[in-house]
Design a protein around this ligand. Sequence first.
Ligand code: GLN
Length: 478
Amino acid sequence: MNDEILDWGIAELHRRLEAREVSTVEVIDAYQEQIEIQEPEIGAFLTLDLDAARSTATAQDTRRSRGETLGRMAGVPVALKDNLCTTAFPTTAASRILEGWIPPYNATVVDRLADQDGIVLGKTNLDEFAMGSSTENSAYKITKNPYDLERVPGGSSGGSAAAVASRMALVGLGSDTGGSIRQPAALTGIVGFKPTYGRVSRYGLLAFASSLDQIGPLTASVEDAALVAECIMGHDPRDATSLQEASPLLLGALTEGVRGIRVGIVTNLVEIASPSIQAALLRAADALAQAGALISEISIDELAFGLAAYYVVAPAEASSNLARYDGVRYGLREPGATVEEMMIATRTKGFGPEVKRRIMLGTYALSAGYYDAFYVTAQRVRSLVRSAFDRAYESVDLLLTPTSPTTAFRIGERSADPVEMYRSDICTIPSNLSGDPALSVPAGADPDGLPIGVQLLGPPRSEQLLFRGAYAVEEGLR
Ligand code: GLN
């Protein structure tokens, strides 16, 4: 029975709960058992509270037996990336500098899932402050890829991805600044969705690069991603960059199909991917064509410049955002004879090497004499990426690319060379620079059995179309 429970998507789970074939407590028990088996090997979580989850489940069962209608996430076990503020759990961003810090408020997305009766099991591992592509930069532990324990799950939302992929949670939330939802989703064989910038409130997300950060779901299916997205999207007065418009309905749109939709394969991003990923992408394109989409090829050279621009813009914003961790207001404080010495000691001990690298890169790029050469140039390239997308969307409705140029790499394989690690995100970064929505959907496996993801990109606020495309790929490859 437990194994069967773990196989259900949200809709199936709700049918069974409604029919009283299973109780919410039994669902939580099934996930607890799975966590006891998998977590010691995978290491996806930084904190777990299954007792709290079980009390929430008991309360939901009581409400249901009284005839109450429960929310859209009722009984759904959720794993939250540990850079989302929660009053019920410490929130560390996988950094020593926030060890044990308990925020005084919940992130808006956390409240929205709770309002819909989602049940949080725990907080998941990430690259420190979401800086990385492998989850190896966590100050606490290394998370393993469920498909091969010697490989990374991707990052930075690697904990949420591994938790969902190993069925320790039904839904994960992650954040995506340069690919951190989509790349781990691809490397662990699940769906990962980054909404249009401003679609989901960033209130209570520990800021990395504020002009790029977006929160989104990691799930086993496109349908589940659509449901979770519907629950978390929508205007929030607490986030000044939040879009002031009604959010799109996604679930209902899934089955509208892709007949007549023009999809462009981005050839210059396909060429840099491994042969098995290129083959998977062609299979996905074929699935779309079978469903009636019109496939063409398009080269968008500017997208490849995105990587360099990102590694100026993101560290610049990070250097400013991380200035608040000064030993005064949050978490760790190391002693020092003067305030300045205290701050230096705290930041020296509290931040890991990658975070320090980003702060130094960002501070350098913003400093007098270098600002024009680096920061202003990077912003110009950012505009170039935006206009290149705009031009592409004059002739196609959606773009299709690999999510990652490779499948999951070995633990340690890219640690010695930061630029090699940065290259992992070459296909995902452009849509963060442009703010456009993007989604990674599973498309089979390589000869070693490692999952492959393909990425669909759409113009600003095109989530409906994006989900229709993703659903067609998922259905066609089934
Ligand atoms: N891997 C990219 C980085 O290290 C993206 C991270 C993210 O999206 N949070 O910055």
